[in-house]
Design a protein around this ligand. Structure first.
Ligand code: SF4
Length: 237
């Protein structure tokens, strides 16, 4: 079976189990998505959302944030962790937009191709392929599936890919995502990774993919509790 057909089949199982995830009517601005995604690195959605709200409530615009010193940004976003690194990336992004485009927003990327946007955003130190691809999906509604640790782990366990890094998984699957399914595929894989195919022991007995999955160390122990976390940052900013 071709990779495109395999993705289609996995997606059908996931949609049957989790449903079609909702999306906000108005998609967030690209600049909001980049900053929220930078803040989300290595922390949970709740803490990164708090840090994002701290910045948004304190300042009226990203132009204003561009003017404040890096250590002040670091203090405001502390709750998200890695404040030094994240404030440096945010400051770099905002000042580079100010310098090269006069406006501190990313509206100009709307006319660009997926590849050019990825290239443009990842040229800023601290912004990786995952962050850039979140802009493509969550703000520009392009048919692109960002790959974080959950997406990377689940797709490797299922056997769709055999890769060592999320970026390699991204490269392999994104040539073959069937039209119009990227948001549901991405969101449902995150739900699968958080609730069922957890980093430690997966809960294979309740998994909608247990028949097709090729993971050698499936776990069919009885389940005591099943945690649900429905808050997804980038559909909520
Ligand atoms: S069957 Fe188990 S290992 Fe495979 S995707 Fe489901 S939870 Fe993960």
């Amino acid at each position: 079976m071709k990779i495109k057909d395999k993705i289609k089949k996995i997606n059908q199982h996931l949609v049957r189990y989790f449903g079609i995830p909702s999306r906000p009517k108005k998609l967030p601005n690209p600049i909001d998505t980049v900053i929220a995604t930078i803040l989300s690195q290595n922390t949970n959605d709740s803490n990164s959302y708090k840090a994002y709200q701290n910045l948004k409530q304190k300042y009226d615009s990203w132009e204003e944030v561009a003017e404040i010193p890096k250590n002040k940004i670091e203090k405001i976003i502390r709750v998200a962790g890695l404040g030094k690194q994240k404030s440096e990336t945010i400051k770099k992004l905002l000042t580079s937009l100010q310098k090269n485009h006069k406006n501190v927003n990313l509206q100009y990327v709307r006319k660009m191709s997926d590849e050019d946007i990825l290239k443009e955003l990842t040229s800023i130190k601290g912004i990786g392929v995952k962050t850039a691809s979140c802009v493509l999906l969550f703000s520009l509604d392009r048919n692109v599936c960002p790959v974080d640790t959950h997406v990377h782990r689940t797709l490797n366990r299922i056997g769709l890919v055999k890769t060592k890094t999320p970026d390699k998984t991204f490269e392999l699957i994104n040539k073959s995502i069937p039209t119009g399914i990227a948001h549901q595929f991405h969101t449902n894989l995150i739900k699968l990774g958080r609730e069922i195919c957890k980093p430690g022991k997966p809960l294979c007995s309740v998994c909608p993919l247990k028949t097709d999955c090729r993971f050698k160390n499936k776990n069919f122990e009885a389940i005591k509790t099943n945690t649900k976390n429905n808050f997804l940052l980038l559909d909520s900013i």
